[in-house]
Design a protein around this ligand. Structure first.
Ligand code: UD1
Length: 372
């Protein structure tokens, strides 16, 4: 049997989650695929990186490029420069890239220019907003791809429109696989997670914000801060603060964590704790891509502080609503959090993200394509 040499390059928090089920599937069921992991070092704080490898029970990468932070050009170029030599040495049959971060794009460009086939996990997502760095990363990565693993029918249609359907496969979403794996652990631990923060089920709003378009602009961040204090006048707010947001808030002289009136600011949480907090929230306010979908899958009403979404499936039945102006956040959040029937309605909606077997399909497609 031919051995298939594959390298998976990952570097940012959501990529660890998306990749975990694929890594585990390949390591346990597909011995023909010899998989190596490389960490770009894009996320480097233990709570943004190391912690996730332990929690998701995936092996530590054999190499860390330690690219760290920087402007888009610096981060992308550093990863490319540091990845080229290892790829030349390893000579893989395939390089796998998950998601849409700068690590995804830098890896795809490096591999495709070395004529190494690229497999994109979570291909075909489009928000239509080219001011979003991730939209550029997604589009370019898909166009470098030899194998495109699309999570949804919408993603497949997007790829068809860009004439990429020849190399596309509808696999389902690996984040569904990840969620299904940890859900029993979440169910065991959620009470303790809530107790630790003094929270009651469905009695608080969970907030996550990290997008440059929201937090990098001083005036906009002030407006958001004002909106959050308005929400806190009616609901308890739980806000695990991303390092980028933490740094920007510090400039507004709002550093630190702890409990302030009705707002609980914490450091970033791990996967299980985040899912426990999300599952029991009355509403999620976010600008993350993945969390919009996790809210949908856990039947939690979501308000997204963005003009567009790459997950339009979540907008069905007002399960998720897009809010562009910070001023309108408190009203939208209050409405979503207090609508007694919304959660029940979301529960009845059909999931469009797959059946929890995306990773197995991805591994089989790799074997079929490269194992001859
Ligand atoms: C990146 C991804 C985004 C993803 C997000 C998840 C891109 C373009 N963006 O955004 O798609 O949703 O990850 O978190 O790739 N920092 C730390 N410690 C860390 C990592 C970052 O302090 O471990 C700080 C640094 O000040 C850094 C900032 O956070 O400048 C932002 O990190 P960066 O890697 O640029 O991207 P994210 O905003 O996290």
């Amino acid at each position: 049997m031919t051995e298939i040499k594959a390298v998976l390059v990952l570097g940012a928090r959501p990529q660890f989650i998306k990749s975990a089920p694929v890594i585990k599937q390949i390591l346990s069921e597909h011995k023909r695929i010899h998989l190596s992991l490389i960490h770009s070092g894009q996320h480097y704080d233990p709570e943004m990186s190391e912690f996730f490898f332990r929690e998701l029970d995936i092996p530590s990468p054999s190499l860390n490029l330690q690219a760290g932070s920087g402007s888009h050009a610096v981060q992308t170029a550093t990863i490319m420069k540091r990845l080229e030599a290892p790829l030349l040495k390893m000579k893989p049959d395939l390089v796998l890239v998950p998601g849409d971060t700068n690590t995804t794009l830098a890896t795809s460009l490096t591999a495709v220019k070395l004529c190494i086939p690229v497999g994109h996990i979570e291909a075909g997502l489009r928000s239509g907003d080219m001011t979003m760095p991730e939209e550029i990363n997604r589009k370019l990565t898909d166009h470098c791809g030899t194998l495109l693993f699309a999570p949804t029918q919408t993603a497949m249609s997007n790829l068809r429109e860009e004439r990429l359907d020849r190399v596309a496969h509808l696999t389902g979403d690996t984040m569904v696989d990840a969620l299904q794996t940890v859900l029993p652990i979440v169910q065991k631990r959620e009470d303790i997670v809530l107790q630790k923060l003094g929270l009651q089920q469905q009695d608080y709003v969970l907030v996550t914000l990290h997008r440059p378009s929201n937090v990098d602009n001083h005036d906009r961040l002030r407006e958001i801060q004002l909106a959050l204090s308005k929400i806190a006048s009616r609901h308890t707010v739980v806000f695990p603060v991303h390092p980028r947001t933490h740094a920007r808030l510090a400039r507004l002289k709002n550093r630190g964590s702890g409990r302030r009136s009705n707002t609980i600011l914490t450091s970033p949480k791990g996967y299980i704790e985040t899912l426990s907090l999300l599952k029991n929230a009355s509403c999620l306010l976010t600008d993350s891509g993945g969390m919009q979908k996790e809210a949908f899958l856990l039947h939690v009403p979501c308000v997204t502080l963005r003009q567009t979404t790459e997950w339009p499936e979540t907008l069905v039945g007002r399960a998720n609503r897009l809010v562009a102006k910070p001023k309108t956040i408190p009203g939208a959040v209050h409405e979503a959090a207090s609508d007694e029937t919304l959660r029940r309605r979301i529960k009845r909606l059909r999931s469009r993200f797959g059946d929890g077997h995306a990773s197995s399909r991805i591994a089989k497609i790799i074997e079929r394509t490269f194992g001859r």
